[in-house]
Design a protein around this ligand. Sequence first.
Ligand code: TNX
Length: 743
Amino acid sequence: MKRIGLMALLAAGMTAQAQTQRVNVIPAPVLLQEAAGQFTITSQTVISADPVFRDAAALLSEQSGIPLQGKGAQTGNIRILKEILRKQADSAAYRLIIDPQSVKIYASGRAGALHGIYTLLQIMGTQPNQRVLPAVAISDEPRFTYRGLHLDVSRHFFPLEFVYKYIDLMAMYKMNVFHWHITDGAGWRLEIKKYPALTQQAAWRTHANYMEWWKSPRHYLEEGNPNAYGGYYTQDEARKVVAYAARRGITVIPEIEMPGHSEEVLAVYPHLSCAGEPYKQSEFCLGNDSTFTFLEDVLREVMAIFPSKYIHIGGDEADKSAWKKCPKCQRRMQHEHLANEEALQSYAVKRTEKFLIANGRKLMGWDEILEGGLAPEATVMSWRGEKGGITAASEGHDVVMTPGGYCYFDSYQSDPSTEPLTIGGYLPLSKVYSYEPVPAELPADKAHHVLGAQANVWAEYMPATYQVEYMVFPRMLALSEVVWSQKDKRNWNDFKTRLQAHYRLLQRKQVNYYRPSVQLEPKTVIDTVRRLTIVSFETEQYQPVIRYTLNGTRPNATSALYTTPVEVPGTAQLTAAVFRDTMLMGRPVTVPVHYHKAIGKTVTYNTPWSGSYPAQKAATLVNGYRGSLTYGDGQWQGFLGKGVDVTIDLGTSQSLESLSIGFMQITGPGVYMPTEVKVQVADDPKAFENIPAITVANDVPPAHEKLIFKDFTFDLRGQKGRYIRVKAPVQKGFLFTDEIIVY
Ligand code: TNX
C-alpha cells in the first residue's frame, strides 16, 4: 500500500508543475508572487537611485543598456530605493516589485540592492523578450552568508577576461565568494615583487596539457621560452579582479598553497625545501626560518592586493616523508616539543595564523589543518567528506562545507562513456541540488558555525575555458539554490522547471553549459498487493517524449508513449528511450522485469549474510529488485565464509519452470563469482539431505578483473515442491547476489 502511495505522489509531482509560471528565479526567493500585466522597457525607460546605491544603479545600467538619470534625480521608472528593513542587520535582503508602471528595488544595504538588481537582470535574461517583464513581487534574503565557487588557475591558466565572465555569472546567481586557487605545483599565477622568479619561471612549464606535464618529469621553463606554457596575473590585474568582483558583491579569497603543493616555488627557490635542490619534493622545509620569511613576504603582498577577511593557505595533501628525514625539521620538532610531523605541520599553520591575525586577517585552510591540532581561530574548508567540518564546527570553529561527493565540479555529470574525460567521480545536477550544508550529525547549537558551502573547480582535466564552463554550468545553479534558498523553498521538480528558462540566459551569455542528458534512469517499484512491477523513468530532459517496448526490441517512433509509470504484470524486457520527433536520442535502456513466484516469500538463511553488506536483510533475494552497478547499493547482499545457503518457502507446493540467481565479479575490491551454484526442490526441507542437486558451474575466470554480472540459470521443468534450497560456495573474497528469480 505504501508503495502505491508513493507512485501517486510521483505522478502528482509530474503534473503539479504549473506551466503558467512566467518568472523563473534561481536561486528560489523567499517569496514570489506573480501579478497581472507587464512592464515594458522602452526608449523612455530610465533608472534612478538613492545616492547610496548610485554605483549599483550604474552597474544595472551598464548591464541592461538602460540609461541612468543624472545625480540627484529620483524619477526613473526603474528605481533603487533605500529602506530600513525588518532586521537592520539584513543588508543582503531586498524586495523587487515589477508592475506595469514601474520597477522598484528596495534594500537597506548595498548587498541587498545588488541582489535585487541581479534578480531583475535574471528576469530580463530569461524572458523571451528581454524588454517585456512580467509583473511580480519578490522579497528575498539568503540562507547562508558564504556562497562560494572556486577556480584552479594553476593546473591550467585562464585569461583575465574569463575570470571576469566567471565572476559575472557568479553574481547573476548570487554567489558571493570567489575562491581563487592561484598557486599550486603546476604553476604560480600571481606577481610577487620580492620574488620575481615565481612568475619568470615558476609560472611556466614544459607542457600545455596538465596531464601530459604530470606524466613528464614536471619541469618549468623561463617565460619567453618558445615551449613554455603558463601565465600569471600582475598585481594590477589581480587588483582589478578584486574591484570587479567587489562591485558585484563578491569577495575574492586568494589561496596561497603551503606547506604542500609547492613544487613550483621549490624549483625556483630550492633553499626553501629540505633537499635544498629543485625537483626533489613538493613541501616547504618547516625547519628552515627562511620558509616563514618567504611565506610572510608573499602574504604581505597578497594582503595588499586582496582586502578579504580570509586568506586561504591551502594546507592539503602535504607529504610528510621529507620532514621525517630532514635534520632542520627534526631540530624544529625537538625545540618546539612537537610529537610528530602532523604537529610540525600544525606548528606551521599556527605560526602563519598568528601572522595573519597580527595583520587583521583570518586563516582559512583545507581540512588537513585539523591534523596535529587546529590553529585557534582557523576556519576549515571540509573537502574530504563532511567529517572535518563536523569536527571543527563541534569545536567551535567556523566551517565551509565543500565535500567531494556533492561539491566537486571536476567530476562527471553524466555517464562517463558519453562525456569528455574528467578526474572521475559522478555528480549529476540532481545530486548537487540534494546537498544540505548543515550535516545532520552536527549538534543544533553548532549549526551556526556552518557559514555555507562552496563548489571546487579543479582544472587538471580542464585545459580550456570552454571546458570549465561545461563543468560548472548548470551545476552552479543547483548549488546557488543550496546556499541561498530557504530549506523549505527547495524543490527539485520546481527547480527543474525554472531551469528551463535559464538555458536561454546561459545561451545569451554564451556559456558552454552541459546540455541536459537524454539518458533515462529507470526506477522500479514492486507492488506486492497487486502483484506487479511499476517502472518509472527520470531524465534531465524536461517533459521528454519517452517511448518503450515490453519485449526488449528497440523502441521506434510508433512504440508506446510513456506518460505515467508503466505497470507490468509478470515478465518483460521493458526497453525505453527519449525521442525528439521520430529520432531516438542517446541509448535505449532495458529494464528486466520479473514478477516471479518467490517475490515476498520467506527465506531461511542456513548460513548468514555478511554483517557489512546486509542489503535488505532476509527480504533481499526475493524482493523483486535487482542490484545496480555497485554492490553498495542496498540490493546486493554480501557473503563470506561458506557463501550462500538459503531455503525459500513458496508457501505451497508448486510446479516450477526455472530459477536464476544473479552474481557479480569485480576483482579490485575482492568480489568473485561462486565456484558453482546448486539447486534442490522438495516438499519437505528435511529431504534436502538425501536428494541430488542440479549444479551449474561458474565459467567466469577469477582473472576477469572488470565488473561482470552473471545469472546462473536452472531449467526446473518437471520439478515440483514447496521448498527450494540454493547453495553457492565462495570461490575467494566476497560473494554478492541480488535476487533469486523463480518461475
Ligand atoms: C584534491 S581538494 C586536491 C586538489 C585536486 C583535487 C582534484 C584539495 C584540497 N586538494 O589538489 O586538484 O583533489 O579533485
